[in-house]
Write a protein that binds this ligand. Structure first.
Ligand SMILES: Nc1ncnc2c1ncn2[C@@H]1O[C@H](COP(=O)(O)OP(=O)(O)OP(=O)(O)O)[C@@H](O)[C@H]1O
Length: 654
């Protein structure tokens, strides 16, 4: 008998183990290897294609890192018509607010679109910067999932130029309005504010705990939204970025900070000092003043005015409105550009000075600046700056000749002129309506009036009129975090355009004046780390405890001198052991110990060297009592001297 070879039993766990006949088995083994190879290579090809496609679509921030944070549920893509229906055709009555690059509307989704109340953010058309921020936001929205971060529900992309993002609705709105514009009496109760501080800390801590770490990059009260229970959530990821793996928090020595970055806030503070004429040791006027309207010869006829008229700026007087109306300057586009790329040492002050200077320049006819090309604008700038130089030089000569009295009169004259100019421009505002309407052309809102009324509160503030001596308030406005509904009425018409006007305050690519960490003001993008968010949180914490803006020019001269810069005021109080003085006097049911703890933590966060600042995790634990409260940082040295000429001269002259 011929011997038969028995088929070997199939292994028990083999996927191919079955009662198949040997014939089938032979066929399978013959067919499978080529099939598997084809399938495998197809899979590899598809994966490569997918990766390439994905990389192309990723935002610049995303490209910085090879890995991404954990994925959450995919975003829903809404049809444009469903969102239009939800917002009653983007009706002005439904407008919740206005960001730098778009309007936000309240909406109610139909059941077929998921139902519920939402906030719908519509990007203004034609803004490259806006589109970049929207894309960035969309990228992060798809990744972040935290109860302390405002959720993005979906988006609509009707046309390339008109992106729409759909968020969960935050009923109370932003913290800036609720706290600093006193819209929410609930925030007068200490515990509410403290819980808001904790919520924000949790939100930031969550971002920093992701791998790779997410840096928000623009933390400020207007980017914190409150729901109906006053739970705070972080919003606006337009400037957020992933921390690249190779970036480490740098050890920055005090001298590095002074040399390379300077402190924008200190610079701005110094500008305020210059502008208000309030000096640290001298309540009188400063020795220099911004550019006069015309030649100094005119000045001799101008009578002197009392210093008090300039420095006593009432708190709510025309807050913010004034700049909106008067900041009609071609140069602000230049400002914007510089701020985007490089706000180096001295620049912050320089820009504020430029702006203040522009306030007193001869008002140009609106039609002039509309028609002017970029080149034309530059020529005008050049002429003006050479005039300015001549003027400065002539001042120096005068100084040598001992004509100090004349110079004082120049200053007085300038201040007087500035006030007159503000008043004049407020009047002209009404006449400009027709002209402006040419630019309000997108279909979100049909007319200037509609849009303005949409900005309800702002509009009313503007109409109430701004007293001509609101220099300080104007600066407050400018430094407000500038999220504000207040400046965008102009910005939305003008972004990326040669007729850019108004002072663009918020988003540079690097953050917001007063909230931005010193290291973010240098050239090196790698200096920005999660510790930059910690710095901004420190400012925010002080704002919460004190109920004041980081830079506020209100009240009598002595007040301005002491308290204008919230951060340096806190440092001064710490040195004197009187931190309690910083706490908002209007707070009810105050827990003094908790409030002082918050200030101490804030001071830790505000240290100039990023590496000295605590991590957000430590901040949270300090605030919640999980770890012992911090010692006050040793860094309470007086503000470093800046190289800004006005200040330097002033010191020499003393
Ligand atoms: N989800 C939301 N729920 C309720 N209100 C919102 C919501 N999102 C935005 N808003 C309102 O719309 C305003 C504009 O928001 P947006 O994020 O566009 O700009 P911003 O962050 O204030 O300004 P910028 O973009 O210049 O920093 C907010 O200040 C807030 O009052």
């Amino acid at each position: 008998m011929p011997s038969r070879t028995l088929p070997s039993p199939a292994p028990v766990n083999s996927p191919f183990s079955s009662s198949v006949t040997p014939h089938h088995e032979t066929t399978t083994t013959r067919i499978f290897p080529p099939l598997a190879a084809v399938g495998f290579s197809l899979f590899i090809t598809l994966s490569i294609c997918f990766c390439k496609f994905n990389r192309k679509r990723r935002s610049p921030a995303a490209v910085a890192s090879s890995s991404t944070p954990p994925q959450k549920q995919p975003l829903h893509e809404f049809s444009y018509s469903s969102l239009r229906k939800a917002t009653a055709s983007f009706s002005p009555e439904n407008r919740l607010g206005q960001g730098g690059f778009g309007s936000v509307f309240r909406g109610t989704l139909s059941p077929s679109s998921g139902g519920g109340n939402v906030a719908v953010k519509v990007m203004d058309s034609g803004s490259l910067q806006g589109e970049r921020e929207f894309q960035n936001e969309l990228f992060f929205a798809g990744k972040l999932d935290s109860p302390h971060v405002v959720s993005v529900i979906g988006f609509s992309r009707r046309r390339r130029s008109r992106l729409i993002l759909v968020y969960e609705l935050m009923d109370i709105g932003n913290l800036q309005d609720a706290l600093l514009h006193r819209r929410s009496p609930e925030l007068m109760i200490w515990n509410r504010r403290f819980l808001v501080a904790i919520d924000i800390a949790k939100g930031i801590e969550h971002l920093h705990s992701l791998n790779p770490c997410v840096i928000h990059g623009d933390l400020k009260p207007s980017n914190v939204l409150l729901d109906r229970f006053f739970s705070a959530k972080i919003s606006d990821f337009g400037l957020a970025r992933l921390k690249s793996e190779h970036v480490e928090v740098k050890v920055v020595s005090e001298s590095d900070v002074v040399e390379d970055y300077g402190s924008v806030v200190e610079e701005v503070e110094s500008v305020v000092t210059n502008t208000t004429g309030c000096d640290e040791s001298n309540f009188g006027f400063t020795d220099q003043s911004p550019v006069p309207l015309s030649s100094p010869e005119m000045v001799e006829q101008v009578p002197m005015t009392s210093p008090e008229t300039v420095v006593s700026v009432s708190p709510e007087m025309g807050e913010k409105g004034s700049v909106l109306e008067v900041g009609n300057v071609v140069r602000s586009k230049d400002w914007w550009w510089k701020q985007e790329g490089n706000v180096g040492r001295g620049k912050g002050k320089e820009y504020v000075m430029q702006w203040i200077g522009s306030e007193v320049k001869e008002e140009r006819q609106s039609s002039d600046w509309i028609a002017e090309t970029a080149e034309g604008g530059k020529k005008v700038e050049k002429k003006k700056s050479s005039k300015r130089l001549e003027w400065w030089l002539s001042l120096d000569e005068e100084k040598e000749k001992g004509k100090k009295k004349k110079r004082r009169m120049v200053r007085e004259w300038w201040k007087d002129e500035y006030r007159k100019e503000l008043a004049k421009r407020m009047k002209k505002k009404k006449k400009k309506k027709t002209l402006e309407s040419e630019f309000y052309s997108d279909d979100v809102s049909g007319s200037v009036d509609q849009r303005r009324h949409g900005d309800g509160e702002v509009y009313r503030k503007k109409r109430r009129g701004v007293s001509s001596n609101s220099i300080g308030s104007s600066i407050d406005w400018w430094l407000d975090g500038l999220s504000g509904e207040q400046w965008r009425a102009r910005r939305r018409n003008s972004q990326d355009s040669v007729k850019s006007c108004g002072v663009s305050s918020t988003p540079s690519m690097r953050g917001t004046m007063c909230y931005v960490a010193p290291e973010c003001c240098g050239n090196n993008i790698d200096d920005v780390s999660e510790k930059s968010d910690v710095y901004s949180y420190g400012v925010l914490l002080l704002v919460l405890v004190s109920g004041r803006r980081p830079l506020e020019v209100t009240g009598p001269a002595s007040e301005i001198m002491l308290r204008a810069n919230l951060m340096s005021w806190a440092r001064k109080l710490a040195r004197r052991g009187r931190l309690g003085d910083l706490v908002d006097e209007k707070l009810q049911l105050l827990d003094q110990e908790q409030a002082v703890l918050c200030i101490k933590v804030a001071l830790q966060c505000l240290q100039k060297s990023p590496v000295s600042r605590p991590s957000m995790k430590d901040v949270l634990e300090m605030l919640t009592g999980a770890i012992s409260p911090p010692d006050l940082p040793t860094e309470f040295s007086p503000s470093p001297q800046t190289r800004f000429p006005f200040k330097a001269r002033r010191k020499q002259n003393r």
